[in-house]
Structures are given as C-alpha cells and as structure tokens.
Design a protein around this ligand. Structure first.
Ligand code: PMV
Length: 361
C-alpha cells in the first residue's frame, strides 16, 4: 500500500487538540471466519453497516513524555484497566505504521449506544471509532493531509489491525473486505464500499432486529474461534465456498433476488456455527432458544410469504433481517411470538446506516 509510505515518512508537528467520532457496528452476510497472521482474512466477507448500534469515542491528544505511546482510557465515564491494556497493546503494535503515536499522550473516552454486556459485539464499532480518531489526529498534525478516500482507506486499514471485521464499519451500506474476483478494488488490507447503484433498491434499506437470546460475554472468543480454523478438517472447503458465495450474492443483489439472498445468508450463519461445532476442541454458541427462534422465523416466512430471514454472529443472539417495508408486520410478530425466547424479553431494532460520523466536523 503506497499510502503507508507517505504516512510513515510524514512531517508531523506535535500539538494538542481533540477529535471525536461515532461509528456503528456491522453485521456480516458472508462471514469472515479464519485468518492468517497480520490479521489477513482467509476468505472475503460482506456486511452491511448498522445505524443505531454504535460507539462514540473522543480522543484528547497532547505531547507525550517521550517514552513511547502513553494513554488513559475511560469507558462509559469510568477507568477500565482491561480495555486500556488492550488499546495500549494495539497502539504499540501500529506505531510502526503511525510513528506519531510514540510522541503523543492520548486521553480516550468511549461509550456505546447499546447496553454493555447485551451480547452485542462492540469491537467493530469501538475499534472503527478509535481508528477514525487516530487518522483525524494524523490529519491535524501532518504537513501533508490525507484526502477523503485516503483517509477512509487508512482508517479501515488501522481498524482491521485492531479487530478484522471492524474494517468494514468505516463505510455505510454494504461493504466488502478481502480480495474477491467479484468486487473490483477489494483488498485483504482494508474494506471497500459497494456502490449502491449496483444493488437492487430492495437491499438498500434492510432492517436488523437483534433478538438478545443471551446477555453477557460468550464462552469462546472470536479470536479463539479464528485460531481453530487453522487445523480445521473443513477449512479449505469453507474458504473456497465463501469465495464463490461472494459471486452468488453479488448476482442476487444486482438482480433483486431477495429470496436467494436470504437463503444464502442463512446458509452462511449455519455454516459459521457448523465450523464451531466441528472444531477441535468443538463448541456450541447457539442456545436452545436460538433454534426455537430460527424455527419460528421459518414458520412465519412460510405462512406470511414475507422475505424475513435470520443471520447469526459468533454468539447465541439472532439477527432478523428483512426489507424495511415489512417493519410493521415483522415487529408485531417479534413482540408477540419471539420475545419469550429472549433474555428479559430484550431486543434491539436496527437497520442499515450511512456509516461513521465526525462529531467535530
Ligand atoms: O472481527 P472478529 O475477529 O471479531 O471476527 C468476527 C467474525 C464474525 O463476526 C463471526 C463474522 C464477520 O464476518 O463479522
């Protein structure tokens, strides 16, 4: 990436200031599961960026004490040593690509729009918000500023190094991460947005209602899950299939084939969990209520003939995906028939969003 050379050798004048971004989470349609060293994906993935589930992060920066990256971190107004350590490790790891970090002291303060420990992964929103702040700081201090497209590409690159799927949150709408023959300009190093002109309008306003089957941290982390793909007996087939599914989904989205799209995302969700169940050691993140909800969604779809589908992340919660024109009837169905399967009847209504916002702009 040519841009990295320009950034590494940039002329920086240290000053103080503050930046602030809000950045949403995303939900994958074609799943990223398995990676190579350097946080490179074993297969390309596609997601859409959400609207309401987001992280707001503010960074105050000033000259550091000259002893490398220094930091204090507040999460929802309180010191959080575990998050601070994780961020410090990340900032140290990227200081070779962003040397200005070693000369700065950063005070980072972050909060989520969705409840903590709701079982909604916050790494995509929080790490993309942090990466965008870092690139904003670079642009404030560097003599030669990055232009808009370079800015976003570099933010996606940095977000990827923190948490793979976070790189897809830098753009609104549908995005692709990982080199794919079917998406021009796609790369393993950063995500790219899919031009909505190539997508039939039915896909440009999808809803994602997240049914919280289980709150709290999951038993096996995504990092551990990715790791288990290394010696997985089905890994090679899985990666090949994901690659060809990128072509299938592109075709379906340009033709407006919502049925085909919906069935493909369901196959992807079940295959992701199939990979977990056939890892060594094997594990199951779905709960009995996850399966009950899936059955109910299938029943509802058959009876009402409405394009409503599910996907799953690496956890027990169910994401209900459907075009916004069906919001009323789907919401009613969820409230009346599905909340009994959710922990404390909790669920979140989200939809496709337009991407991160610079709160200082
Ligand atoms: O970005 P990570 O390392 O948290 O992995 C995320 C993997 C999935 O959420 C299960 C799939 C995806 O593509 O987002």
């Amino acid at each position: 990436m040519e841009l990295l050379e320009q950034i590494k050798s940039a002329n920086i004048s240290i000053a103080e200031g503050s930046t602030s971004w809000s950045s949403p989470s995303n939900i994958a349609m074609i799943k990223y599961w398995g990676k190579y060293s350097g946080q490179l994906p074993a297969n390309p993935s596609m997601s859409f960026t959400l609207d309401h589930c987001k992280t707001e992060t503010r960074v105050d920066f000033r000259k550091g004490n000259g002893n490398g990256v220094s930091l204090e971190f507040l999460f929802e107004g309180k010191a959080n040593a575990a998050f601070e350590q994780r961020i410090l490790k990340y900032l140290n790891s990227i200081s070779t690509v962003l040397p200005m970090l070693e000369k700065l002291h950063l005070s980072i303060s972050s909060s989520n729009s969705f409840p903590h420990s709701s079982g909604i992964a916050s790494s995509a929103s929080s790490m993309s918000a942090l990466a965008l702040n870092l690139v904003s700081i670079f642009n404030e201090l560097a003599e030669e500023k990055l232009e808009q497209n370079e800015f976003l590409q570099f933010a996606s690159f940095l977000a990827r190094l923190a948490s793979g799927s976070a790189c897809r949150s830098i753009y609104g709408g549908f995005t692709v991460w990982g080199e794919s023959d079917y998406f021009y300009g796609s790369s393993d190093l950063y995500a790219v947005p899919i031009n909505s002109e190539y997508i039939s309008p039915i896909f440009n306003d999808l809803c994602d209602d997240v049914l919280i089957i289980e709150k709290g941290a999951k038993k096996v982390s995504s990092s551990a899950g990715h790791e288990l793909m290394h010696d997985h007996p089905f890994a090679a087939n899985r990666f090949d299939l994901a690659k060809s599914r990128m072509g299938e989904i592109r075709e379906m989205m340009s033709l407006g084939d919502i049925e085909g799209f919906g069935k493909l995302i369901e196959k992807e969700a079940l295959m992701l969990h199939g990979m977990m169940m056939t890892s060594d050691p094997y594990y199951i993140l779905m709960k009995p209520n996850t399966l009950s909800v899936i059955e109910k969604i299938w029943e509802f779809r058959r009876e009402k003939n409405i394009p409503v589908f599910f996907t799953l992340d690496a956890g027990a919660n169910v994401h209900v995906i459907y075009p916004s024109e069906h919001t009323k009837v789907v919401s009613e169905y969820i409230r009346e028939n599905l909340l009994v399967y959710c922990e404390n009847a909790s669920y979140l209504c989200d939809r496709m969003g337009t991407g991160p916002k610079n709160l200082n702009a």
